[in-house]
Ligand binder design. Structure first.
Ligand code: AQP
Length: 335
């Protein structure tokens, strides 16, 4: 049976990249209403790099508020935080024993995040993609909406599923498909069009946060790096202009237009014209979400209640899958 799963790390505030590449599409998938949708705040992934406990708790609630404000409806989707459903950690361990060191070592996110100091990186950061495979496969999810940066981890998820099925001679885990769609599958930094917009970038100017107010959004877009040329007549003219291309893609994703449509509308326009239009659009689309997040954050107990209920529903799906996994792998279950 088709089932959609995806997650976001509460390792900081959500960015416009998380919103356009993931969250906005989570809502679209939910509202299509054809496939059950399960969305997870992956707090156990977040601690693969150091997180202050109080900040992690706050960021998890704030991310949950972001999901709800953006349109995730707990009556239509399952929304919960990962650590409340122990099946993730349990299956993660099994997959640590299925995945190979060599596979993990080839992950570009590992290379980027551990860098030259990999001796000092946590073991969890190295094993991250095995836990991610467990997040998905504990629900036997068939499709995962993600941004472009997660493509390699999704391929690894398929490799892990295939090796498990093959090693144990079963046809148990599905081959999960990534859903990488839309105009903003890779939102870039506002300071450097070759780097992805990221919550952990040291420069706050590089990203738009879902908690930024209208003035901050407008100021960041006004100061975004660009080149001196006007916008081209066709999409082709953006080929070697990563910063310009990024702003066009953001406009397209926020407006629901295609990038080609945006270029056609603003052909020949200077950034002095385009940037204020983009800022107005971003404020119009994001302010209602920010306002609703602020409102929801006034009642953290209610957010915790929603996450708890979601965890119960998630557990009800994942537990029977784990029971099967233990049986398949030869673990005695005698109570
Ligand atoms: N810049 C982006 N453009 C499009 N999609 C993006 N995503 C993240 N950044 C962009 C998508 O958001 C989802 C959740 O990502 P994550 O929080 O699990 O981790 P990440 O990809 O590592 O995101 P960040 O913001 O860069 O976090 P840090 O800085 O902590 O590493 C995924 O679907 C991702 O594709």
């Amino acid at each position: 049976t088709p089932r959609i799963f995806s997650g976001i790390q509460p390792s900081g505030g959500l960015t416009l990249g998380n919103y356009l590449g993931a969250l906005k599409r989570f809502v679209e998938k939910q509202d299509e209403g054809t496939t059950p949708t399960i969305y997870c705040l992956v707090d156990m992934h977040a601690i693969t790099v150091w997180q202050d406990p109080e900040k992690l708790r706050h960021a998890t609630r704030e991310a949950a508020a972001g999901f709800l404000a953006a349109g995730i409806d707990p009556k239509k989707s399952i929304l919960f935080n990962q650590s409340q459903v122990s099946a993730h950690a349990e299956l993660g361990w099994i997959f640590n024993c299925v995945a190979r060191m060599g596979w993990m070592g080839r992950m570009t996110q590992w290379k980027d995040k551990a860098g030259k100091n990999s001796e000092n990186a946590s073991l969890g950061l190295f094993a991250y993609p095995a836990l991610m495979a467990a997040d998905i496969l504990a629900y036997k999810a068939t499709a995962v909406p993600v941004g472009e940066d997660q493509k390699q981890h999704l391929e690894l998820t398929r490799d892990i599923a295939a090796k498990f099925n093959n090693d144990y001679g079963v046809d148990f885990f599905p081959m999960t498909e990534p859903l990488i769609e839309g105009a903003a599958t890779r939102v870039m930094s506002l300071r450097d069009g070759t780097k992805k917009m990221s919550k952990s970038d040291p420069s706050d100017q590089s990203r738009i946060n879902l908690t930024d107010d209208a003035d901050a959004i407008a100021a960041k877009i006004r100061k975004a790096k660009t080149d001196p040329e006007p916008l081209p007549e066709t999409l082709d003219g953006l080929r070697d202009r990563p910063e310009a291309r990024n702003l066009v893609n953001i406009y397209a994703a926020l407006s629901g237009m295609t990038a080609a449509g945006v270029v056609a509308e603003y052909a020949g326009a200077q950034f002095g014209t385009f940037k204020p239009a983009l800022a107005d659009l971003a404020v119009a689309k994001l302010s209602p979400i920010t306002g609703e997040m602020t409102r929801l954050m006034q009642d953290p107990a209610e957010i915790d209640r929603i996450l708890g209920e979601g965890a119960d529903q998630a557990e009800a799906i994942a537990r029977p899958v784990l029971d099967d996994v233990y049986r398949i792998t030869g673990m005695i279950r005698s109570r």
